[in-house]
Structures are given as C-alpha cells and as structure tokens.
Write a protein that binds this ligand. Structure first.
Ligand code: PLP
Length: 243
C-alpha cells in the first residue's frame, strides 16, 4: 500500500516535470519549450512602451525581470514544491542574498542553524556592517534552536539535510514556534530537491534552491530559485529582483 502510494506520488511529480506549461503561441508548437534567449524585448512603438512601463499592460521588457522561459521554470518548481509562486535568480547565492536582504533590516537578528552552505553563512555574518546581527548555532535537537531566540530575531535560516553533515531538523516544530513569534523561516532545500522534501507543507515560509546542483543535474548551469507565498514574494520582488 505504501509502495503504491509512493509510485503514484512519483508519477504525479513526473507529470509536473513533463507537462507543457507554455502556451501554444509559439511559431512551431514545439513540445520542448522554445528558449527565449534575449536580454530585452521589442515594443510595437513608443506609446506601447510607455503603456507597459506605467503598469497599464503587461509585456515582457527585460529578462532579469521577466522572461517566458524562466516563467516556465518558476511555475514548474513552484508546482513541485506546492508554492504559490517562484522567482528565479542568476545563481543560488543570488536567490539567497535576494531573500535575506529583502526580509531583514537594521536592528534585526538572524539565527543560522547547523552546517549551512559556507557562502550563505559569510553573507549573513557580513550583514553586521548594516546593523543586522546573527548567531550561528549547532544543535543536536530542533528544540535547542528556540533557546537562542531574542526579541530582535527576525529569521531562522537553515538547511535540512544540511551541507556536509546531512543533519536533519523538525521542520514543523521550527515553523510552529517561529510563527508564534513572527519570525521568518527560510530553508535552503538544495540537497533534498523538491522531489524528496516540500518544506512549505510543514509551514516553512521560504524555500530556496541552488539550481546549479541537482535541479540542473549536469553541472552545466548556474541558477537559483525562491519559492514562497505571494505575500512574502512581493517584498522579494520589490527589493531584490533587481539582481
Ligand atoms: C551550491 C550551493 C549554493 C549556492 O548556489 P550557487 O548556484 O553556486 O550560487 C547554496 N546552497 C547550497 C546547499 C549549495 O550546495
């Protein structure tokens, strides 16, 4: 019974990965999405450009903001993670810095749990020069994390399984305690991939992936993605999708 359920889950995931989530406006109705490899997009005329730029109409403008190929990636991974929305970035670190810089401000405190990817730790610790403090802790049991919560704590940042040591944490417990105290929970889910763990289902606020690892799968791309609910994504869009 358990095996049958697991096979069905894998089939569902396979369908999400394979389903064609692009519309058929393309010239050739290709099964594999056409890759829109451009930095900028054309407008019909200057008036059209002004219309779009004053938010009267949506049109693709510049790839760092929106690009049809990236939108397919964002939708698919959001679907796999059970997220309201996804935003892709030029690297995993782009996604990580964008998220952290959008959600904390001067005077806030971040807790870093266990063996987090080295560059993420360095980034968070260097935020001290902007008035954001952090505490890096090592815990055996999830509940030990809560001893380090301060009145200023705004974010718990972690990986589970963690880099190098594959230590696991109780995601639901972290989410429940953090919610009560208005603390953002941010997980780098790169190691598990969306196939093996969907942290949003346990109440975690933000999931980040480096797409340069298992998601790319062939060591031939660099990218990152953030998945969360729209309410949080609006901060990330506003502040950080300029990277
Ligand atoms: C590689 C990695 C990153 C950074 O991703 P880049 O795409 O190299 O910027 C972040 N987190 C984890 C767990 C990683 O393995």
């Amino acid at each position: 019974m358990k095996l049958r359920k697991e096979v069905k889950r894998m089939k569902d995931l396979e369908n999400i990965c394979l389903s064609v989530e692009h519309d058929f406006d393309g010239k050739y109705q290709s099964v594999a999405p056409e890759i829109v490899q451009t930095s900028s997009f054309q407008f019909q005329n200057f008036a059209h450009y002004v219309h779009v730029n004053t938010d009267h109409e949506f049109a693709y403008t510049y790839t760092r903001g929106d690009n049809p190929t990236l939108e397919i990636l964002e939708k698919k991974i959001a679907h796999l993670e059970g997220a309201e929305c996804g935003r892709s970035f030029a690297s995993g670190m782009g996604a990580i810095s964008g998220t952290i810089l959008s959600l904390v401000k001067k005077g806030d405190h971040i807790i870093i749990v266990n063996t987090v990817y080295g560059s993420s730790v360095k980034l968070i610790q260097q935020l001290q020069k902007f008035g954001v403090e952090s505490t890096k802790i090592d815990v055996q049991e999830t509940k030990e994390i809560f001893e380090y919560i301060e009145p200023e704590t705004k974010m718990i940042y972690f990986e589970s399984p963690s880099s190098q040591r594959f230590e696991m944490l109780d995601l639901e417990m972290i989410a429940n305690v953090a919610k009560e105290k208005n603390i953002y929970t941010v997980i780098d889910n790169t190691w598990a991939t969306p196939l093996l763990q969907n942290p949003l289902k346990y109440g975690i606020d933000v999931v980040i992936h480096s797409c340069s690892k298992y998601i790319g799968g062939h060591s031939d791309i660099v990218g990152g993605i953030v998945l969360c609910r729209q309410e949080i994504m609006k901060y990330i869009d506003d502040f950080a999708h300029i990277f």
